[in-house]
Ligand binder design. Structure first.
Ligand SMILES: C[S@@+](CC[C@H](N)C(=O)[O-])C[C@H]1O[C@@H](n2cnc3c(N)ncnc32)[C@H](O)[C@@H]1O
Length: 400
């Protein structure tokens, strides 16, 4: 999608859907004791879905559509805005990356880098890689396009490792060890630059957008991620349109946009299952002990807790809430209550997750419209398959 009219139309479509169905996504599933919607047909549908099918539906856009299109008309038409447009000329010109250069880069990351490269226009501008990690993207592109790249990264060790890799293969890649959120970090931006950012988290890519606009950078190619990692408590829309349609998004709401879990392995999936179960079981115990049935969140905790013992987890959680536990609570009873609450929460989340893509698209379109308002020609599309990375939206902007 590349014209102003198309971006506007997609943004209006997302805004309308998110507003119309707000009650289905802007909520805290853990705090619900029953389905929070007066929609008997949907309740019946959710009851009829067997437990073993829920995760599969949740992770497959086609199955989501198959099961829920009749309840949320228009929701599934959004994907038509995102058909990737590959440029066959660029495709042919790219060389196969030799094994020695790709060594140490994970298979998925390599696929993402290849797909990213295929979307870049021919250019002679020097490249800047924002939040580079070890600079795999920059290193491969510097080799591919025979142009120098500067990679900025905050973790010193990653800069050291990345520099060593570049030096080993004589690649013109220079690392700048700096925090992009400071003036020192932004100082690497220049007008005559092709700026690249693959999976830069919320505030990091917002900073890039604002500073690149202020600097007048010629080209931007940004794949955003982690929209919820921002400094403000609530999302501050960037474009004039989004300010008018302000959805008042908390960090909890924003997190919905990144809840696609295609890349999670079976072990991680099982731990997450246990985490939800135990947190809800503890909630039932706490409600019994205090008489307070309102949900009280717990801070996040290392995943290894959930391969341990439920009683230990409850002691930690009770400590968080300054609660003294009885000597011998009926753990099994609370685990059972937790399991049935978790089954309800999974069904609420199944519906809520239908809105993660519209929300993500709304957020990226806010960025696209912001760049347009500052004199850029903007293009937005999916640069690779959702299975390669769920964060597959690429925003490309050229200064007019
Ligand atoms: C999700 S990783 C992406 C790395 C790489 N672009 C990729 O796609 O593999 C985000 C990177 O941003 C870096 N980072 C986080 N905060 C930063 C900051 N304030 N300034 C510079 N880099 C930062 C992290 O250290 C991390 O390497």
């Amino acid at each position: 999608m590349s014209t102003n009219a198309a971006l506007q139309q997609a943004f209006d479509h997302c805004s309308a859907l998110l507003t119309q169905y707000q009650a289905y996504w802007q909520l805290m599933p853990f705090a619900c004791q029953q389905l929070p919607w007066d929609n008997p047909a949907l309740a019946e549908k959710l009851r009829s879905l067997p437990e073993q099918q829920l995760a599969g539906i949740d992770q497959d856009p086609l199955l989501q559509q198959q099961h829920f299109a009749s309840f949320f008309s228009d929701l599934f038409k959004l994907n038509s805005y995102l058909a990737p447009e590959t440029n066959p000329l660029v495709d042919q010109a790219l060389q196969q990356v030799p094994f020695w250069l790709a060594n140490g880069i994970g298979g998925r990351k390599l696929e993402q880098i290849g797909a990213f490269a295929r979307q870049l226009p021919a250019s002679s501008l020097p490249m800047l890689e924002w939040c580079a990690g070890k600079g795999h993207l920059g290193r491969l592109l510097a080799w591919q396009f025979k142009r120098p790249v500067t990679s900025i990264e905050w973790q010193q060790q990653l800069c050291v490792d990345g520099s060593a890799l570049a030096g080993q293969f004589d690649i013109p890649q220079r690392f700048v060890h700096a925090d992009v959120l400071t003036a020192e970090g932004s100082a690497v931006l220049a007008a005559k630059q092709q700026v690249l950012a693959l999976h830069a988290c919320g505030q990091l890519h917002i900073q890039l957008l604002q500073q690149a606009v202020a600097t007048g950078c010629e080209q931007l190619h940004i794949v955003p991620c982690c929209y919820h990692l921002i400094t403000a408590q609530y999302y501050q829309p960037l474009s004039a349109e989004a300010r008018q349609h302000d959805l008042t998004l908390s960090q909890h709401d924003l997190k919905l946009a990144v809840q696609g879990q295609v890349t999670a392995g079976a072990r991680v999936e099982k731990l997450r299952h246990t985490e939800v179960h135990w947190r809800l079981a503890y909630q039932a115990l706490r409600a019994d002990l205090t008489g307070d049935t309102a949900y009280r969140p717990l801070s996040s905790v290392a995943k290894h807790w959930f391969s341990g013992d439920f009683a230990d987890f409850c002691r930690w959680a009770a400590g968080q809430h300054q609660l003294v536990l009885p000597v011998k609570p009926d753990w099994q009873h609370y685990l059972q209550l937790g399991a049935s609450h978790a089954a309800l929460v999974r069904r609420i989340e199944l519906v809520r997750h239908l809105f993660r893509r519209p929300l993500e698209l709304w957020l990226v379109l806010d960025r696209a419209l912001y760049l347009e308002q500052h004199g850029y020609q903007v293009k937005l599309g999916a640069f690779c398959d959702y299975q390669v990375t769920p964060r597959n939206l690429l925003l490309q902007a050229t200064r007019q």
